[in-house]
Ligand binder design. Structure first.
Ligand code: N01
Length: 663
């Protein structure tokens, strides 16, 4: 893939644009393939022609229960008019010497953003500018340790080089913080490295699934395949020279805070079992949520004679061709695996405990047409505005459809809107499975949409389940035998290979690392299986320990998880700066702030479908509490987290060498 570029102001016109503008047919094809709600502001941005973002051309971006409308819901005649205007503007730009307008003033930028987003409140504008990446690298810290505390150094150990670890390492490095990243794998990418199972791909729109500071213009798909996403993270590591900070093949086993020195000792083990001990001012956990495979606790699991493996530990050495395969689970991983292997196996038995809801997404596997990719490569600002469009349409996404109406009384929906969504989704299932009543009876969920992760449906799941050599088994699994899987009805389903698509220990944050904070307290004992963190970042009693993508920061339906990590890192850097300015040793959240925040989160979860439904889901921990996902609108995370509220933290003073000696 191309190295991600931070789009630059078009002072010089790229060769690719000049070539595109010179070819009338290619230009017309590119405009035809473009997303008008993104192309119009991009062109206004480039040329300064603000009549391109006339109210008459504004996309309505309606929130519908079951689908996202193409072209932002613009009527066909408006799309046609917009194309004509865009083409004319491009030709004018070409014929007048290709002189780009100066970067838009703030008011102009707001006008462009509001063309896409409608008349949103001013409070959204900083977040929107951040996501546009304007001005360039707007999320950079803008200060360095040297400037703030000349002569002082700050060393941080980051645990994990996945999506959160990379942005953490990058931002800390920009601030002149000393960074060592400990990564148990041999490459960056986290879940995108580990999940190499057939069919793995994004289920959120791709442009928005990228960092604001490393926007990639030429994604091949709207929902890219795993290799493209993994390549993206690898190229980010290369572009920002982050690999030099990472010790690959080092799994962190312990982290301990020393009250006397206010420093952390981090112990990691390499592949040979050799221990490496590092000393740091702070530890940032970027370990993610979905990285420890969970195998079901069924009798006989280890007795199976053939290959048996988890989706995140895919055995590429096992050829499934002509084999009888069991897939256990029907979550997001199974949903992608099953259609990808169905053609080559002799038989496929899919064990379903809970059916997933499926959101119709006809373009789920569709490549972005080449003319549209050519335009994105060539036209300055277009990819930026395309990313903004995708970001904006997912900001609150279908969140309103998942909000609980306390007056709504229905067994499988939580509000009138949720019920409308449910009906639309049931209608889709009926269309997919109507010809097979036996299957239809099994695939319609009996819980509210939004209570667990929804799948992207382009028909391949239904097509796979329809195949003659595929069986969907809904009887509970009672045992794994040497030759197959036994179910509650007594049947043994004989297979050659078992694939566990059974998810992850999402609720066990920072496991299995032993973490000791102030006065030797143990993090996992303090949590007691119910992880909580202030803003997803801080735990009382653990000074200078920060989590990125920590408890209650996963997303069900709205927003971008990459943005959450960018916000959390900005927050941590804000506190580190404050610590340096105060010449303090460590910062720790006040318990009352932590407790009040968590009470608010729990109340928020209780207002969402996933908080009230009792269906199995990885969003809840063993205590039944939702500890993995964020219950509020995305803007709230920006407003609550990005700039720390200093009243919520205690700063521990630095001790002199003499005091330390006495202690
Ligand atoms: O795991 P899951 P996943 N007998 O926990 C079933 C992300 N992701 O790996 O629903 C029978 O969702 C279990 O049943 P139930 C995404 O966030 C993203 O699929 O608990 N079945 C369920 O069906 C996703 O949500 C992508 O009743 C058993 C399945 O196993 C998250 O990762 C792709 C069982 C586990 O589903 C996790 O998804 C893949 C048993 N004893 C994953 N035990 C993208 O597209 C468990 N199950 C980006």
């Amino acid at each position: 893939m191309a190295t991600p570029t931070v789009p630059t102001a078009p002072s010089g016109v790229p060769d690719e644009l000049a070539a595109l503008l010179a070819d009338d047919d290619a230009l017309a094809a590119a405009v035809d393939a473009a997303e008008m709600p993104a192309l119009l502001p991009a062109l206004a941005h480039l040329t300064g022609e603000l009549d391109l973002v006339d109210d008459a051309l504004r996309p309505p971006l309606r929130l519908l229960p079951d689908r996202v409308e193409p072209q932002g819901g613009m009527a066909p005649e408006v799309v046609a008019a917009a194309r004509e205007r865009a083409l004319a503007a491009l030709r004018r730009f070409r014929d007048s010497g290709m002189v780009a307008a100066p970067e838009p003033a703030t008011a102009t930028l707001r006008r462009l953003m509001r063309f896409v987003a409608g008349d949103v409140g001013d409070e959204y504008l900083p977040l929107m500018a951040h996501e546009l990446g304007l001005p360039d690298d707007v999320g950079a810290p803008g200060w360095t340790v040297d400037e703030v505390a000349p002569g002082r150094t700050l060393d941080v150990v980051v645990v994990g080089a996945g999506m959160s670890g990379l942005v953490t390492a990058h931002r800390l490095t920009q601030a002149g913080v000393g960074v060592t990243v400990l990564e148990r794998n041999d490459d960056v990418g986290g879940v995108w490295l580990e999940n190499g199972y057939p069919g793995a791909r994004l289920d959120t729109a791709n442009f928005a699934y990228s960092y604001s500071f490393a926007q990639r213009p030429d994604w091949p798909h709207q929902f890219s395949a795993r290799d493209d996403i993994h390549d993206y993270f690898r190229s980010v590591a290369d572009a920002f020279d982050l690999r030099r900070l990472v010790r690959f093949g080092h799994e962190v086993v312990a982290a301990e805070y020393d009250d006397a020195t206010a420093r952390w000792t981090v112990t990691a083990r390499d592949r040979d079992g050799t221990e490496v001990v590092l000393d740091a001012d702070a530890v940032i956990s970027a370990t993610g949520q979905l990285n420890r495979p969970k195998l079901p606790d069924v009798p006989g699991r280890d007795s199976f004679a053939g290959p048996a493996f988890h989706t995140a530990r895919w055995r590429h050495d096992v050829d499934l061709t002509g084999r009888r395969v069991a897939v256990i689970g029907t979550g997001a991983s199974a949903y992608q695996v099953v259609p990808s292997i169905v053609d080559r196996v002799a038989s496929l038995t899919v064990f379903q405990r809970t059916p997933p809801w499926m959101a119709p997404t006809p373009t789920y596997h569709a490549p972005i047409p080449e003319p549209a990719r050519a335009l994105a490569r060539a036209l300055p600002h277009y990819p930026r505005w395309l990313r903004f469009l995708q970001f904006w349409t997912s900001v609150d996404g279908r969140r309103p459809f998942m909000e609980v109406d306390p007056d709504w009384d229905h067994p499988v929906s939580v509000s009138a809107r949720n019920e409308a969504l449910r009906r639309a989704l049931v209608a889709n299932l009926e269309a997919r499975f109507g010809d097979r009543p036996d299957l239809l009876a099994k695939v319609v969920p009996d819980y509210p949409p939004g209570a667990k992760r929804m799948m992207r449906d382009n028909g391949v799941w239904a097509a796979a389940l329809h195949r003659e050599h595929v069986a969907l088994v809904t009887d509970a699994i009672t045992e794994v035998t040497p030759t197959g899987v036994r179910t509650a009805d007594g049947a043994e389903h004989q297979v050659d290979v078992v694939v566990y698509a059974t998810g992850f220990h999402a609720e066990e944050f920072l496991a299995p690392i032993t973490v000791r904070g102030r006065e030797g307290r143990d993090l996992h004992a303090q949590w007691g299986g119910d992880a909580r963190a202030h803003l997803g970042v801080h735990v009382p009693g653990f000074p200078n320990l920060f989590c990125v993508y920590g408890p209650n920061t996963g997303l069900v339906i709205n927003g971008s998880i990459l943005l959450f990590s960018e916000i959390a890192v900005h927050h941590v850097l804000g506190l580190l700066r404050e610590l340096l300015e105060r010449d303090a040793a460590a910062v720790e959240v006040r318990p009352e702030a932590h407790d009040a925040y968590n009470a608010r989160v729990d109340a928020g979860s209780a207002r969402m479908a996933w908080g009230v439904a009792t269906v199995n889901s990885w969003y809840r921990n063993a205590a039944g509490r939702v500890s993995q996902v964020w219950p509020f609108p995305l803007l709230d995370y920006w407003r609550m987290v990005r700039e720390p509220d200093l009243a919520e933290y205690a700063f521990h003073p630095r001790r002199s060498a003499e005091q330390n000696a006495r202690a």
